[in-house]
Ligand binder design. Structure first.
Ligand SMILES: [Zn+2]
Length: 294
């Protein structure tokens, strides 16, 4: 028989047990990742990460992300729609990378969770030596046509650029991977991090996209900065605007680990407060009227 009360999971960014707060409890609607009738969104009082508890099992994660037939993730490259979607992704990737492609010296770049290699393509085109990691076999096979593919993050500090684009929100241990990425970073190496913005829930009403069964970690800008700091990545002002709608793009340089900056959980609470104010009596989200700006 299952225990009546689940132990709350430790903070996946701090990678230890920290004071936490239950922010939100939701009925679990047939998620292939989370078993049980409900899940909670917890907030870490130390670093401000919002995260789902209970966590998916490693087995469920592997089945989900390595399953080639799964709807919604599998890219069928013979379909026109999928090709158009990939083109759009490449454009977004290029826009995110453009500011660092010019001034940054070329070197060795690794994209962890590289998908079909869209971002690596942009880097290779600019003269970088490119390496990818991708658990999904069909996507990895496409990336392998252009780039060296490896199975695990190397322990030697050999990379000048690490890309983690829309990966951290899916992982059991985002803090663990940021630390692994730091260990693989050469002195002065840069990190490019992209995640969905948790703040978006306040205006979109899509609380599950911010933090739910698929995006099991929800990052505000403050929480993302803290996750990077704790793992030994110092956020730096990007040499250009890295703003994409609904997502955070953080640019950092390898340094020493630092403690998180306080107050990050307040941002999460503000977002949930704003979200709550826009629920009608039936619990449906009614977006606030957006005033036209001129
Ligand atoms: Zn934490």
């Amino acid at each position: 028989m299952l225990p009546l009360v689940e132990p709350w999971s430790e903070c996946p960014a701090c990678v230890k047990d920290t004071p936490k707060r239950a922010l939100h409890v939701t009925r679990n609607r047939k998620s292939p990742l989370i078993s049980g009738p409900y899940y909670a969104v917890l907030g870490c009082e130390r670093c401000g990460l919002a995260y789902v508890s209970p966590r998916p099992t490693t087995g469920a994660m592997n089945r989900f992300y390595e399953d080639e037939d799964r709807d919604g993730w599998t890219v069928r490259h013979d379909e026109v729609g999928a090709a158009a979607k990939r083109d759009k992704k490449s454009q977004l990737a290029s826009r995110a990378l453009m500011p660092i492609l010019g001034p940054r010296r070329q070197g060795r770049a690794i994209d962890i969770g590289c998908g079909a290699g869209d971002i690596l393509n942009v880097l290779k085109h600019s003269g970088w030596t490119t390496v990818g990691i991708e658990p999904h076999a069909a996507l990895a096979a496409i990336a392998a046509q252009q780039h060296q593919m490896i199975a695990e993050v190397p322990r030697e500090p050999t990379f000048d650029l690490v890309v983690l684009h829309h990966v951290l929100e899916h992982l059991l241990s985002p803090g663990g991977l940021l630390r692994e990425a730091r260990a693989a970073a050469a002195p002065g190496a840069n990190l490019l991090l992209g995640v969905p913005a948790f703040e978006e829930a306040a205006t979109s009403g899509n609380i599950a996209r911010a933090c739910g069964p698929i995006h099991i970690n929800g990052f505000t800008w403050a929480a993302l900065r803290n996750a990077a700091l704790m793992a030994g990545w110092s956020p730096i002002a990007p040499p250009g605007a890295l703003v994409l709608k609904g997502r955070h793009i953080l640019y950092a340089v390898a340094s020493d680990p630092r403690p998180p900056e306080p107050g990050a959980l307040d941002v999460v609470l503000d977002v949930l407060r704003q979200y709550g104010r826009q629920l009608d009596r039936a619990g449906e989200f009614v977006p606030a009227t957006v005033q036209a700006s001129t």
